[in-house]
Design a protein around this ligand. Structure first.
Ligand SMILES: [Zn+2]
Length: 374
């Protein structure tokens, strides 16, 4: 906690501008109390964490309202609070919202706009807690903005393959249908944007990583742009590499043989898995709905088309539902949409069967145009 009440019932806000000597002096001469439970608090001035307040013993109050005050959390909260102060937005630090019994890290209230709650999230949060806290904010007509701390493994910038745990995936935002994550790293005082997120398989995604120093941030927050055609080309190159490694592993590890839809499809189509055409295994937005790597379902689609004698151009509506059921993929609206999109892309490329060849340049052009149009 960075806010406590004094004996005079005045809020006291800790900030990094207060000197060590002043802090020591304050600790000797003053008492500080929790704004909520009114218990006297410990004033911690150590070398390990930035100065903060803490309850004497872990009580319900602390459990309910703080995000296990790690150094990262305290630091980030303080830096973000200063950022909003410097912008003249009159932020409130750790305000307690009685009606919903929640305490956002920062609250921005401006009479002309809907209030905004800023949550700098440094520990994993269950989807149930996240939904319940968002519902609380909704009830109070507050828009929450969740900023997870930057995952440790995100250090380099640029187009790359990233892994994102389920915890991080729930903070995904979208701008014009382009999914992105806005994370903050208080150690380097930079926002790390993971933009243009595209599913590969499991928790692996393609993304563009950008760093934005806190001093260059604005509010409303910066929104990342769609990647350029050249960057998209890099996406496809990485995808190619991932596809290759994935197939090697699949061929070696698969024991289920005929029950394996990928191997079965390849076999029935008389395709060598190492020589699949470039339009199979295309990364598409939202393809996490299928739960498997794009190669699996895209090759299965061609097998389905051949077995049922249903041309790709006629794959829409019920035919797609039938395909999802037949291949035992999730029969959801999102899965349906991704398959539909893929069929239309194939139509654009004039691909009717799996034995056609498409020039890389043409594929890139069609895919990138589709990517932008979404
Ligand atoms: Zn308390």
């Amino acid at each position: 906690m960075l806010v406590a009440y004094t004996d005079e019932n005045e809020p006291f806000i800790l900030n990094s501008g207060i000197s060590q000597t002043t802090l020591q002096q304050l600790r000797k001469t003053k008492k500080f109390y929790c704004p909520q439970c009114k218990q006297q608090l410990l004033f911690k001035i150590g070398s390990l964490k930035i100065p903060h307040f803490a309850h004497v013993s872990k009580n319900d109050c602390e459990n309910l309202f703080s995000d296990r005050e790690s150094e990262t959390h305290l630091k980030g909260k303080e830096q973000l609070y200063r950022f909003f102060s410097d912008l003249g937005l009159n932020p409130q630090l750790e305000p307690y919202l009685t009606n919903i019994q929640q305490r956002p890290d920062i609250l921005l209230e401006d009479s002309t706009q809907e209030p905004v709650a800023i949550e700098f999230q440094c520990s994993p949060i269950s989807s149930e807690s996240l939904v319940s806290r968002n519902n609380g904010y909704k009830f109070e007509k507050i828009s929450p903005i969740w900023i997870p701390n930057t995952p440790d493994h995100i250090v380099k910038k640029g187009i790359q393959k990233i892994t994102l745990s389920k915890n991080y995936q729930q903070f995904q935002l979208t701008s014009n249908h382009h999914p992105y994550l806005m994370t903050y790293n208080p150690t380097v005082r930079q926002f790390f944007y993971l933009s243009n997120i595209m599913f590969l398989h499991g928790n692996t995604f393609l993304s563009k990583v950008q760093a934005l120093p806190l001093t260059d941030q604005k509010f409303p927050f910066y929104i990342p742009k769609p990647i350029t055609k050249n960057e998209y080309k890099q996406f496809l190159l990485i995808n190619q590499q991932v596809k290759h490694n994935y197939l090697q592993a699949r061929v070696l590890l698969s024991r289920s043989g005929v029950n394996d839809v990928l191997l079965r499809s390849a076999y029935e189509l008389r395709m060598n898995l190492n020589e699949l055409p470039n339009y199979i295994g295309i990364p598409l937005k939202g393809s996490e709905a299928l739960k498997v790597f794009s190669i699996d379902w895209q090759l299965a689609l061609f097998y389905f088309s051949q077995t049922t004698q249903i041309e790709i151009s006629r794959m829409k509506g019920q035919t797609i539902d039938y395909f999802l059921k037949w291949a035992r993929f999730p029969e959801t609206k999102n899965a349906h949409e991704v398959v539909f999109t893929y069929c239309r892309l194939l139509e654009n490329l004039s691909v009717q069967h799996v034995y056609q060849t498409i020039q890389e340049e043409k594929l890139l052009k069609v895919l990138y145009n589709h990517f932008l149009a979404m």
